[in-house]
Ligand binder design. Sequence first.
Ligand SMILES: [Zn+2]
Length: 279
Amino acid sequence: MPRLSEVIAALETLWPAERAESWDAVGTVVGDPDQDVTRVLFAVDPVQDIVDEAVKLGADLLVTHHPLYLRGTTTVAASTFKGRVVHTLIKNDIALHVAHTNADTADPGVSDALAGALDLRVVRPLVPDPTDPEGRRGLGRICELDHPLTLGELAARAAERLPATAQGIRVAGDPEAVVRTVAVSGGSGDSLFDQVRAAGVDAFLTADLRHHPASEAVAHSPLALLDAAHWATEWPWCELAAAQLDEISDRHGWDLRVHVSKTVTDPWTAHAASSVTTS
Ligand SMILES: [Zn+2]
């Protein structure tokens, strides 16, 4: 049975903290390095529903993609949203570890998992990490389709393969347009339009696309857009990360049970289609 410090050291080989963005807050948030770990839960968001699930599961370690605290705080009082999370974790001897932008740019990372869920063949990073001589790490991925699909078919595939959310998949572009190349980026992607345009791909799949950047992007190029729920684009990473830890656990001969949360933590819970559709 490994100690927390040993499991964290293993996770750090996958997602070294120094590869996180300078504004990010990754690493261990709660936990005693000497505590034993037998059960690990992976999830996107360190929210109360997920922590309650970890308690019910008997997990000793929760690994999330999103940080709990991104900026400094002066209180962990249980009367606050995040303080309640901290209290529940500590009272139940559950550690919390975060792998965020260091998991985004890892090889394999968040966007590899997203591409894999859609059966897209990864060609290279969308924004290569200049410190990686092999050019395999970086933000987002440029992918090819083994068999071209129409935009409508690609959207249907994304809706089918990504976990279900109220939002589903929003699409900008001609549904009959043929898609051979796709840029994907798990999480908010509208800061990447310049790189997506430079890559010359047919479509861009990401999340949280805002009105102005999206309308500018489609106005001057034939680029099609697919916008999924932020949570849904990052959730496939949990399965990838759990498989990576499972493999490490086997190699070390650890008796570790690794789980992936299926709880939907996308904040949007319903979707009403407009009564009049435009065509
Ligand atoms: Zn995210």
